[in-house]
Ligand binder design. Structure first.
Ligand code: GDP
Ligand code: MG
Length: 728
């Protein structure tokens, strides 16, 4: 039989391989030994629809890592002999455990058919298995059989022939093993690729996993084929081992196994297995999941936990944020008094200290947020949140795991897109991840909130709460629709199947949490810090240069002198005179600052932009604030404050910005709404942009995010303004 198809029967011990083998081959079999090893090899043949089959009964194994002779033999046969089809014989009454090996076949990328054996036993125990659904989830045919009686074996062979007729070998399944191991695998890839003799036989990622699982055979082969690369690989593996030992007290093997079981569990969770006698076998994790992922209770518990995380992050971090802010204010003040006036001082205070301060200002938030996320992640709860949210997010081309980034970025109003963008790391598919990190900046972050509050409070004061709620709702809607749009255009592609890992619940260790939190925080500081320092100096220059011409500077100096002589002649001790002088001096300073800003490149850009922005009802003064808002959205209010203090010099009482806007003829509720919409959706602040560039791996996406968001925000603002003016 030259054109015979080779079929390997593999599976756990006692799953019924030999029974199936005997049924198929009858008397046409012979028993031998694997060359050099005393493990029995049975081989036989049979016919199905005229097609000859060479059937090999492999030794029973629980895994494919070279820990035992059986495992080694089974694996070597699969990779060296390359059977046309591998039939994984599974004990249906013990599905989860048996699928563990099946999962490894998927990872190895062998052409697979799953024989769901002992279905009679399962039925007797009241277990029903939806084989078709299971097959769809796993991406391979799953055929229920009873090897003892021959039930279903015809269908099994049909499936075998079909798989054998398929031209290409299936892609190895891509499983996630948690951030530590996944990152290590990414790091190892270049070195694995150097071991060409290995990659000729095994999938690249699989080699990495085996090395992390401490597989001696692959390790030795790596040394033999490429000693230097192998040394590098070894180094990286040891780093992971040490890291996992330090944080979780486990070895990579255990983490990998956990994730495989999680993968299986999440599949079986989706109504594939129904038990008539529920009570008998529920493990602790399953018991918790019964409540935590309950149809009604689940979302309630989730909302509660997320709310707690949120409160924890943003209310407990404020103390540190304030503390840092006052520290930098103090530093600024120190430099202010020490250095003489001039460009150097201005650069150090407004460029360097404000820039670095801006970056470090996020650090407490990031630390708290990541600590909270680490608790949820290490305990296993985060996967459940993703599990529950997947359905909704799936509709928008995202993934259940996208929910965290959205919430972190301000899904409940008042988050921050910087940790939000970084939280997208839990997403498995690059396209879903990009779609998520490009749309999270649409959320109402904490820095946008004061502006929203100001504008809503000024122009829509009678429905403040309602408008704030609407703003949050609008942010979600826009973000999700934008994601859908991206997934239908630039990021088109199939969404990852509805499969997520549900690892068992674990008590997080304090040490592990601390290390996870610190790692991420440090990464942020290191990555963002350098670029941000550069950009903030650039922005400072943009707002400062060209400086005012000499005669204008002289003019303001003159005014100052004038104020001194008219308002407070001599060294007066008069309190009211002093106050009047202070006020006058402040006004002169504000006017000078405003004129300087107007004269600067930034100001000129603002004025130039008015050509476009006036269609949205936005004038050049607001433009400058919006440009400043690119540095940090917090700046919008202060810049607006400076901009609208102009032309107000005559009035004695310093009115609040809110009152000034309300009185300004250029502002009305329609303008306010247009500005509101623009601020909510335009380019993310540059700290976020830097993070997007780092996380997406290219500045192209960062630039895209600036342009896409701004164009979108502008169109929305124009629509609001034009329609609003027409109706108003
Ligand atoms: P192997 O270790 O995978 O080769 O498993 P065996 O073929 O030796 O089977 C282990 C035991 O399960 C034997 O006692 C079989 O008779 C029994 N068995 C195999 N298939 C079935 C089945 O479909 N239904 C039932 N009830 N028992 C089976
Ligand atoms: Mg056997």
């Amino acid at each position: 039989m030259d054109n015979a198809i080779t079929v390997a029967l593999a599976g756990n011990p006692n799953a019924g391989k030999t029974t199936l083998f005997n049924l198929l081959t009858g008397a046409r079999q012979h028993v031998g030994n694997y060359p050099g090893i005393t493990v029995e090899q049975k081989e036989g043949c049979c016919l199905h629809h005229g097609q000859g089959l060479r059937v090999v009964d492999l030794p029973g194994t629980y895994s494919l890592t070279a820990y035992s002779v059986e495992e080694l033999v089974a694996r070597d046969f699969l990779v060296n002999e390359k059977p046309d089809v591998v039939v994984d014989v599974i004990d249906a009454s013990n599905l989860e455990r048996n699928l563990y090996l099946g999962c490894q076949f998927l990872e190895l990328g062998v052409p697979l058919v799953i024989a769901l054996n002992m279905i009679d036993v399962a039925e007797k125990r009241g277990i029903t298995i939806d084989a078709a659904a299971l097959g769809k989830r796993l991406g391979v045919p799953v055929i229920p059989i009873v090897a003892r009686t021959g039930r279903g074996v015809d269908q099994l062979l049909d499936a075998v022939l079909k798989v054998a007729a398929g031209e290409s070998r299936p892609q190895p399944a891509f499983l996630r093993y948690g951030s530590d191991i996944d990152e290590a695998l990414t790091d190892m890839m270049p070195f694995i690729r150097q071991c060409t003799e290995l990659t000729a036989i095994y999938p690249e990622r699989w080699i990495g996993v085996k090395l992390l699982e401490n597989d001696t055979q692959i390790g030795q082969k790596a040394i033999a084929t490429h000693p230097t690369a192998s040394a590098k690989l070894n180094e990286r593996c040891e780093a992971v081992v040490n890291h996992l030992q330090n944080t979780l007290g486990v070895y990579p093997e255990a983490v990998i196994a956990d994730h495989r079981y999680g993968y299986i569990k999440s599949i079986l969770h989706q109504g594939i297995v129904t038990r008539k006698f529920v009570a008998d076998r529920l493990y602790a994790s399953d018991k918790i999941d019964k409540i935590v992922t309950h149809r009604f209770l689940g979302p309630l518990i989730m909302a509660g936990i997320l709310f707690a995380l949120y409160t924890f992050t943003f209310s407990y971090s404020t103390l540190l944020v304030d503390w840092l802010a006052s520290f930098f204010a103090l530093l600024n003040h120190g430099v202010d008094t020490l250095l003489p006036d001039g460009p150097l001082k201005s650069m150090i205070t407004s460029g360097v200290i404000d820039g670095v301060g801006g970056v470090l200002g996020f650090v407490p938030i990031i630390m708290f947020m990541f600590f909270g996320i680490a608790v949820l992640e290490d305990s296993g709860y985060l996967a459940r949140v993703a599990f529950m949210m997947d359905r909704i997010f799936h509709f928008f081309g995202l993934h259940g795991s996208s929910v965290m980034p959205f919430i972190v970025s301000g899904g409940i109003a008042g988050g921050c897109a910087v940790p939000g963008v970084m939280a997208t790391r839990t997403l498995r598919s690059p396209k879903e991840r990009l779609a998520t990190l490009l749309t999270v900046p649409f959320m109402n972050c904490g820095a946008k909130l004061p502006v929203l509050t100001l504008l809503i409070g000024t122009f829509f004061s009678d429905h403040q709460a309602r408008y704030m709620f609407l703003a949050t709702l609008a942010a979600w809607l826009v973000a999700l629709c934008a994601a859908k749009f991206l997934r239908m255009t630039v990021l088109r592609g199939a969404s990852t199947p509805f499969v997520m890992e549900l690892p068992p619940y674990r008590f997080p260790t304090l040490r592990g949490l601390a290390i996870h939190t610190w790692e991420r925080t440090w990464q942020y500081m290191k990555k963002a810090g350098t670029v941000i320092l550069g950009i903030s100096i650039l922005l400072w220059a943009l707002m400062t240069y060209p400086s005012l011409p000499d005669e204008r500077v002289a003019h303001f100096e003159q005014q100052r002198q004038l104020a001194h002589t008219t308002l407070a002649p001599g060294t007066s001790e008069n309190q009211s005179e002093k106050e009047a002088l202070d006020k006058a001096l402040q006004k002169i300073k504000a006017t000078e600052a405003m004129e300087g800003l107007r004269n600067s490149f930034g100001g000129r850009i603002g004025i130039a932009c008015e050509v476009v922005s006036r269609y949205a009802g936005i004038d050049w003064r607001t433009n400058i604030a919006l440009i400043g808002g690119f540095a940090a959205k917090e700046v919008i209010i202060s810049t607006l404050g400076t901009a609208y203090s102009l032309g107000d010099v005559s009035s004695e009482d310093a009115t609040s910005l809110s009152e000034r806007l309300a009185k300004d003829p250029g502002w009305n509720p329609v303008v306010a709404l247009a500005v509101l919409v623009f601020i909510m959706f335009y380019a993310p602040c540059f700290v976020t942009v830097v993070c997007i560039a780092k996380e997406a791996g290219s500045w192209k996406w960062a630039a895209f995010s600036i342009v896409f968001n701004t164009v979108f925000a502008y169109s929305m603002a124009v629509a609001v303004y034009q329609i609003g003016t027409w109706l108003y």
